[in-house]
Design a protein around this ligand. Structure first.
Ligand SMILES: [Zn+2]
Length: 206
């Protein structure tokens, strides 16, 4: 399935109950971090945190879809992917609009809240990657888990760098720049998922 470059190694159906348990754990981590980072972003006035939370939402959706496929609810997959695409595109557009608004009003985020939440996001992604590596070591999707985790970690580090620059400069632009980048990825990824899912929904192959 077409993803935002972050399908996080969910392509291979494995029936190992231990693997299923790992999927549930990383789903919970990602869903919790979507809430924590999203709410913190609103409190801190940081659009970069809000944007970064979207990756957790997308990853949580990927693990949810993977679990549905393991549970043989394959018929629901295209519908779930469509829902994910619409949500990602909608949130991405909202963060972009919010970024424009913050830039127009020269809003400066609270760097003292951005930094620890960004660090927590990095730790959550590294821990999820560790769990997936442990259970998927040696198989062909290790590379996709690696690429996905690396990209997520790089974005988390960009958020931390933005927090540092905001603290040093006392200006909001580092926050807006990182948000622009992350929300742009979420929006374009969401649109490509919608395209693919609408094709699958129109022509079900069984
Ligand atoms: Zn991700």
């Amino acid at each position: 399935m077409a993803e935002c470059g972050c399908s996080c190694g969910t392509k291979q159906p494995a029936v190992d109950p231990a693997y299923r348990r790992v999927l549930w754990i990383v789903l919970a981590i990602n869903a919790a971090m979507f809430g924590i980072e999203g709410v913190s972003g609103l409190i801190a006035g940081s659009v970069a945190l809000q944007g970064d939370s979207l990756d957790f939402l997308g990853d949580a959706a990927n693990y949810g879809i993977a679990l549905m496929v393991l549970g043989r609810a394959v018929a629901w997959r295209a519908g779930a992917a469509m829902l994910k695409g619409l949500t990602m595109a909608g949130f991405g557009a909202a963060v972009l609009a919010s970024t424009a608004w913050r830039a127009l009003h020269q809003g400066v985020p609270d760097a003292a809240l951005m930094a620890p939440v960004g660090a927590l996001a990095l730790a959550a992604n590294l821990y999820a990657a560790y769990l997936l590596f442990r259970w998927r070591g040696g198989d062909s999707n290790m590379r996709s888990v690696w690429l996905c985790s690396r990209n997520d970690a790089l974005v988390n580090i960009a958020v931390l760098a933005a927090a540092g620059l905001v603290a040093v400069t006392g200006a909001g632009w580092p926050d807006w720049l990182v948000a622009l980048f992350i929300a742009g990825i979420a929006l374009s990824g969401g649109i490509s998922i919608i395209r693919q899912a609408s094709g699958e929904l129109r022509a079900p192959t069984g």
